[in-house]
Design a protein around this ligand. Structure first.
Ligand code: ADP
Ligand code: MG
Length: 394
């Protein structure tokens, strides 16, 4: 990695501004329903505290759209963090201004202060220079552990780095190392599995990966558009008619580039989009007019698992079928098994893909589970993320 890391800077006794992604789900009574994102930052925070840094935490929560919305207060998050880390977490009721400045100034080595929701100020998302400067004035270094927002040039992510040096936290470092390495210098053979509902969501990813991978495996709803492009009748399956030409182009590009593009040869069809639908596997040339393909078929699943066997790098984004319904989860489960069993460096990204993986109980067999939905997609599309670009170079 060509970026400085936490280990490259002397943080002992320093004030460190740590941008985290504590955008946690809450129920209507304001209780945190899942604290994974808080737990995920503990290694960075414990490291900083153990090195006697004074930690100033900043995050967004929800979409308050630039004004103070009490239900999006980070106060409950500060409380939960305090329980998880077993230390006091002080709380500033605004992220900038006299109070925040005084509290940051008084913060002693090893202490933690959490600032109120950054997005209570519209200047955060506008990347306002003065707001960035105010945030920067609280600390001597910035640490970015919020990969999930690193595709946004926001004040706490990008603007602040114009005033103080920023390095990645351990979570962020892992994202850069795994995704960055896979995309810039992958161990080969390199296989990617792309699925999910629509081609249109993943065009950029497919185009970028076509010039990097050895094998490209397509499943999910988007496979139907590719099947239609190959001339198969796909009944009532989800098809993006306006993307047929693009799908043809991508199939041609794969040929030109020598990429082994794999498409379903059988699918599980259903008579309606419902958990209690009638269903059965059929060959892709036998999809009846009023049925729809909701999963890859068993032969395809085996073929995909086989294709993953020798891979040294595997990137997976998007389920192979409507995994939320038991009857159409088998293709995704089979692929999850194959990825888990392979010796490859395996990287899984995407909210639904991670949910599907967790259902199989195989998450611990994956080398890296990427936390940022939009951010990991943009990296896979080959884009430079402003939050990563702004980190200090070695
Ligand atoms: P991720 O969140 O991992 O990036 P997507 O959001 O792109 O994945 O796609 C996930 C959705 O795609 C799931 O809700 C799943 O039900 C849907 N899906 C998968 N296969 C099909 C299909 N054959 N027809 C319709 N929807 C599908
Ligand atoms: Mg999704």
């Amino acid at each position: 990695m060509n970026k400085k890391t936490l280990n490259d800077i002397w943080i002992g006794g320093k004030k460190v501004f740590v941008r985290v992604d504590y955008n946690v789900p809450m129920d209507k009574d304001g209780h945190i329903t899942n604290d994974t994102r808080i737990r995920a930052t503990l290694p960075t925070l414990e490291y900083l505290v153990s090195r006697n840094a004074a930690v100033i935490l900043a995050s967004h929560l929800g979409r308050p759209k630039g004004s103070v919305v009490p239900e999006f207060s980070l106060a409950p998050v500060a409380k939960r963090l305090s329980q998880l880390i077993g230390r006091e977490v002080k709380f500033a009721s605004d992220c900038v201004g006299l109070d925040a400045e005084a509290m940051a100034k008084a913060l002693k080595p090893g202490e933690i202060l959490m600032l109120e929701n950054l997005r209570f100020h519209k200047e955060e998302e506008k990347n306002d220079p003065e707001f960035s400067r105010q945030l920067a004035s609280l600390a001597e270094f910035a640490v970015n552990d919020a990969f999930g927002v690193s595709h946004r040039a926001h004040a706490s992510v990008e603007g602040i780095t114009k005033y103080i040096t920023a390095v990645p936290g351990f979570l962020m470092e892992k994202e850069i190392v795994f995704l960055g390495q896979a995309l810039s210098n992958p161990a080969r053979p390199f296989a990617a599995i792309i699925g999910g509902a629509k081609v249109s969501d993943k065009i950029g990813v497919i185009e970028n990966l076509l010039s990097k991978v050895d094998t490209l495996i397509i499943g999910g709803g988007m496979a139907n558009t590719f099947l239609a492009a190959q001339g198969f009748a796909v009944g009532k399956s989800l098809v993006e008619a306006e993307k047929l030409e693009l799908a043809k182009t991508l199939i041609d590009q794969a040929k030109t580039k020598g990429v082994n593009l794999l498409l379903p040869t059988d699918v599980v069809i259903a008579d309606k989009f419902a958990a209690d639908a009638d269903f059965r596997p059929v060959s892709v040339d036998s999809i009846p007019d009023d049925w729809m393909a909701l999963d890859i078929g068993p032969k395809t699943a085996e073929k995909y698992a086989e294709a993953l066997k020798g891979a040294k790098t595997v990137v997976w984004n998007g389920p192979m079928g409507v995994f939320e319904m038991e009857a159409f989860a088998k293709g995704t489960e089979r692929v999850a098994q194959a990825v888990a069993q392979s010796q490859a460096i395996s990287i899984v990204g995407g909210g639904d893909s991670i949910a599907a993986l967790e259902k199989t109980g195989l998450s611990n067999k994956i080398s890296h589970i990427s936390t940022g939905g939009g951010a990991s997609l943009e990296l896979l599309e080959g884009k430079v993320l402003p939050g990563i670009a702004a980190l200090a170079d070695k």
